[in-house]
Structures are given as C-alpha cells and as structure tokens.
Design a protein around this ligand. Sequence first.
Ligand SMILES: [Zn+2]
Length: 226
Amino acid sequence: MPIVTNLRVSSSWAAAEKTGTPDYQQNAFKASIRAKIPLEANQQFNFFMLMCSDIASAWAHVTPRLAVGATANLINAVTGLPTPYVVAAGHIDEWIMNYWSFEQIARLHAYIDGQFVLSNYADSSSVNYQQMVSGMDTSLLDPTGILPHAIDLTLENITSDPLDGLVMIVHIESIVGSPPFLDIKDIRCKFCGHITKDVNVMLTKNTCSECGMTTFYWSPVRGKDG
Ligand SMILES: [Zn+2]
C-alpha cells in the first residue's frame, strides 16, 4: 500500500485496486477536497463568477474573453443575472472566499450600495485562493439587516491581451429577520438577455422562449433544517 505523505493525492489513487490491507487513500482524498462549511437552515451560498474563455458554453457564468480595457460585472451562477445582487432587508451577506486563475492580470472591484469598497488583483498565470475573515460584509454596515443592500462586483482587464480565466467569489447570505429565501428565481438567457421570471429556484437548465437557446444554471446551495 502506498503511504500517503501529503494530501496531494489524485482521484486515480482513490480508484486504485483493493489489496486487502487497510487503505486510507480514499479518506485522505476526501479530506483534501471536502473542507465543507456547514450551512445553517437560514443560510445559503451566493456564487458570483466569471469564466472568460474562447470555448463556447451553455453555462451562464461562461463569457467570451474580456476585451482589453473592458469591465464586466460578475454573474450570479444560480440565475445568470449580472451583479449588482440585492441582499433583501432582513438578510446579511458575508464575503467568505475568493478563487481566481487568469492568464493575464485582472483587477476586481467591489461595491456596496454603489460605493467602492475594495480592489483585488489577480496575478497572471497563477491561482489565488483566499478565505476572507471579513472584507465586504453588509453586516458591517447594517448588522440587523434593516435595509436592502446592493453588492456589485466587477472585473477589469488591465492588460494588453483579451483576458482568459476564472474568478469565483463565494458569499454566505443569512436570514436575520424576514423574508425567507424564495423558492422561485428570475433567470437570464446568456445568449439574448431575455429574463424569464418566477421559475423554480432549483431549475438548472432552461431553453429561452425568445431565442431558443439553452442556458445552464447552478442550483442554490442552502442549509437544511435539522
Ligand atoms: Zn434567449
């Protein structure tokens, strides 16, 4: 049996043939990829993303490479709607993680209620993963969620080449008052921009009534009772 000396194990190890001796490879593999953050029943993740690529895709968060000097809003992967994302009154929203990997240098801007809060820079040809303790939380501004707040995240190409790569930002949205999370959502067709209103929040694939193209969305990730 190979001895696992670190957690950089590949999925092919997990599929290795059994030898009859104790085998901890799969546990090590799970430990390396499943650092889960448990969600309470009143919480959901918000995924704000942009994958800039020449590769065509039906996923809502995948867009063409970002042109030189251009700025684009990040996309809510559950709805396909670009930011700003409005956090309802009675909710708070906490920024917990950045992940990005770009071929070129990119600059991210964050705003709350239209006011600039911070910039982040993604180095070229590198992966950046960061778990933030506190960075851009509506709880800092409004701890009890008295008012709705708009979260805006934009990506700017500050290089001389069209930008290729991924940014993914994860927030936790928590209900501290009311209303509850909705069971419906509005979704945006990535091909023509048509908005289809009030579909089931679990819908992950929709063919547009306007242009006939199909867009893929993420299902929401929410905590469960009990
Ligand atoms: Zn369409």
